[in-house]
Design a protein. Structure first.
Length: 70
């Protein structure tokens, strides 16, 4: 839950269609994808930025994901 609180603090200050990846151990972001017309592309950008830090991290979005296939 702490990771989600951190993610929402960042998401509230970034453009729409934001995807953010928050580290599992440290209260910090590892990847941010925003301002894209496609949420899938924003997610790919965030995942590319986070590189090896995705294991156990959370992915948060300011939007609804009905289906996501990466």
């Amino acid at each position: 839950m702490e990771q989600m609180r951190i993610a929402w603090k960042f998401i509230a200050r970034i453009k729409s269609n934001t995807i953010i990846i928050v580290d599992k151990d440290l209260p910090m972001t590892r990847g941010i994808g925003c301002g894209q017309t496609s949420r899938i592309r924003a997610a790919k950008i965030a995942l590319e930025q986070s590189e090896k830090y995705t294991n156990g991290a959370i992915l948060a979005s300011d939007a609804f994901f009905p289906l996501m296939i990466l």
